[in-house]
Design a protein around this ligand. Sequence first.
Ligand SMILES: N[C@@H](CCC(=O)N[C@@H](CS)C(=O)NCC(=O)O)C(=O)O
Length: 214
Amino acid sequence: MRDLYSYFRSSAAYRVRIALGLKGLDHRIVPVHLLRQGGEQHQAAYLQRNPEGLVPALDDQGHVLTQSLAIIEYLDEVYPGAALLPAEPLARARVRALAQLIACDIHPLNNLRVLRWLAHEMKVDKAVRDAWYRHWIVTGFAAFEAQLRAPGTGLYCQGDTPGLADCCLVPQVYNAQRYEIDLSPYPTLQRIARQCDTLSAFQAARPEAQPDAE
Ligand SMILES: N[C@@H](CCC(=O)N[C@@H](CS)C(=O)NCC(=O)O)C(=O)O
């Protein structure tokens, strides 16, 4: 039994949904509503699984894992099938750097709890919060696009098979599109995201395909 604690719009959970699909691993989605009743991620039952009060968490045969990148690397190490990280150390480091550019340097600045802190504690109005959100995406995407100009890039972020960096890129592009960010300055990033969207693992992981989609 494998349960993924997920919210349809969570980009960190979206990364893991893609990885599960690419590995061909059966799983059940357990929705955690991030907004309802002050956020189900803060309820005691969920905090036992992830004391950070963030999704995703993966229960893999009774072992509870947190942090999307750690979960994806675990799945890659434990289960056969499509490799999500290349074997060669320099290529592996490049994939991790691309993944972390998004997961560590863009996403946390735009997370729900940060936006809420800006709104409620700092009294920042919506227009300024939206400008903040867009700023960190365009700053990160400019660097990501520059990194993609390296020889390692192929059909996907690294070579011609999808992997960890693509698992991170596609959900971040989804967020950028929700905020109507112009992606034309990032042609390689856009091309790779479109390529990913042709694959069933990416299609099945999309927010609108989730059981808790609204
Ligand atoms: N570094 C964590 C980030 C997890 C995270 O920030 N999840 C967001 C959704 S994408 C969340 O649960 N937010 C709830 C909140 O901010 O209250 C990971 O990669 O798993």
